[in-house]
Design a protein. Structure first.
Length: 158
């Protein structure tokens, strides 16, 4: 294992339509995040993606019930989270990083967790259910510092 200071740390910020991958090029207490990858998809609301009104089906004999419309927007977010996580899995298997912190809204984080490879799981140092994709980099660095920096030791009791 390399010295703590030589560890490659990635910080991932994703929201289901956009994902940023940063590399920390400074110490954990004072991260300096450099963008190494940015992925974004166009995902219009379902009302702009749906082709027709919800259908109807026969529930039992004479009655007819409306069929719930597919949430294409949500499905695209799930697909984005899955595909992006598969890329993280490949990077973990190639030893592209030693540690990773992931920030994503709860639903997206759950979608990503479903796809984690064992090699990625063991490198995760923090998962934070928070959407910070639209925040400026200095603010993302402050969030990263909170989860990357080791907790200070309490003073010895006298």
């Amino acid at each position: 294992m390399r010295d703590y200071a030589d560890l490659i740390t990635w910080v991932v910020v994703a929201d289901g339509e956009k994902a940023l991958v940063f590399r920390n090029v400074d110490i954990d207490e004072r991260p300096n995040l450099q963008v190494i990858s940015e992925t974004e998809i166009e995902n219009p609301p379902t009302r702009e993606q749906g082709a027709a009104r919800p259908g109807r089906m026969s529930a039992s004999g004479e009655r007819r019930a409306a069929v719930e419309d597919t949430d294409w927007h949500r499905l695209e977010k799930e697909r984005f989270a899955r595909d992006f996580t598969l890329r993280l899995n490949k990077a973990a298997l190639r030893n592209s990083f030693d540690r990773i912190a992931i920030f994503a809204p709860p639903q997206v984080l759950g979608d990503m967790r479903n796809e984690y490879h064992a090699e990625l799981k063991k490198r995760i140092v923090a998962e934070v259910a928070s959407d910070i994709t639209k925040h400026p980099i200095p603010e993302i660095e402050r969030h990263a510092a909170k989860v990357l920096a080791p907790e200070p030791s309490p003073p010895p009791s006298v």
